[in-house]
Ligand binder design. Sequence first.
Ligand code: LLP
Length: 420
Amino acid sequence: MTNFLFSNVDTVELSTKYGTPLYVVSEDFIVDRCREIKEDYVEKFDNTMAAYASKAFLTKEMARIIKREGLGMDVVSGGELYTAIQVDFPMGKIIFHGNNKTREEIELAVQYGVGRIVVDNFLELKLVEEIAEKYNKKINILFRITPGINSHTHRYIQTGQIDSKFGIPLDKEIIYNSIKIAMNSKYVELKGFHFHIGSQIHENTTHVKAINILMKMAKAAKDDLGFITSELNAGGGYGICYEQNESRKPISYYTDAMMKELIDECEKYELERPMLIIEPGRWIVGEAGITLYTIGSIKEIPGVRTYVGIDGGMPDNPRPALYGAKYEGIIANKIDKEPVQTVTIAGKCCETGDILIWDLKVPQIETGDILAVLSTGAYNYSMASNYNRIPKPAVVMLRKGKDRLIVKRETYDDILKNEI
Ligand code: LLP
């Protein structure tokens, strides 16, 4: 019998060895993506930087891999920053985001000397200045600007439109005021601007448009305020493949187009080309992960539908319930069998919306079969919850055909550990 191999490892054997549900992440895939970014972007153009958006998937081991591959890292909370600190991640390569960073988080970032803080709003500019003064440090900052464009993706993961909780609106007066404060400050060094227009975007045109808009603003800021933009951070959002009709484009599809636009605009406006920074999350880790489940109950409602129950669901993957996200599934121990039926994969939560996959074509299945759900590397483990007091699955990392446990399975006592 042939089983489904992921990253050259037998997934059915993994399910026996570690139990299910199980997150399986391929270091081979991650390293390949990092190297593609290095070769086709960072080393192809000078004055560039790539930072992994750690919100997609972060553990200490993941931070070590990114450190080893030489990329920077985007963190968005004290917890993500703390994880980076724990593995001695080079702090100069950290980009600290967030639309409402707390004083404590900013203190941590300033104390450890993160490379850049992306300032989202006025209050935060004041806080960063005040805390940098307290520690007598000068902190590099970027302003996150909302470019006012819609990306073609789910409403909940669009971030570039005017009506957004993120960033400084594209309003001349507000932006100029912020630039003036920063230019007059002894404690912050404004390097330039950041935008992030959304996630799971398959066209490069929105990123290009955002560059166009921000460079127009950079030109005006130079003429009106004498401000020189030395960095432009284009965020993440590069799409991956979840279903057979989707495909992941190479990173150069996005970065070549953005770089061309940046060079063109700089020539047009007679500006020095700023450093171009990208922050891919999903593109690096999304296809590097799968989740293994064991099939339990099989419930046929005659003439309606067959529900196949699995031992996980929305606590380990909330994306279908949150965004209507679609996934591919494979019966890992029956890959050589023809599909003969269409079933619905139901999670085990007490929640009607906990359906992982609607209408999946599968061979004849039975209780105990192993389901592999593909492309779960991004925003699954990192968004997992303990809803219904379900312990979080273990995480296993694969490298060159070998498996190693990087996060232990939670126990019931782990769930209770902070309770008094
Ligand atoms: N940079 C910034 C400032 C971001 O806000 C994000 C994602 C990224 C980079 C990385 O985006 P990526 O390359 O991974 O698309 N939970 C949602 C996705 C939320 C993304 C939030 N920000 C989902 O599961 O689809």
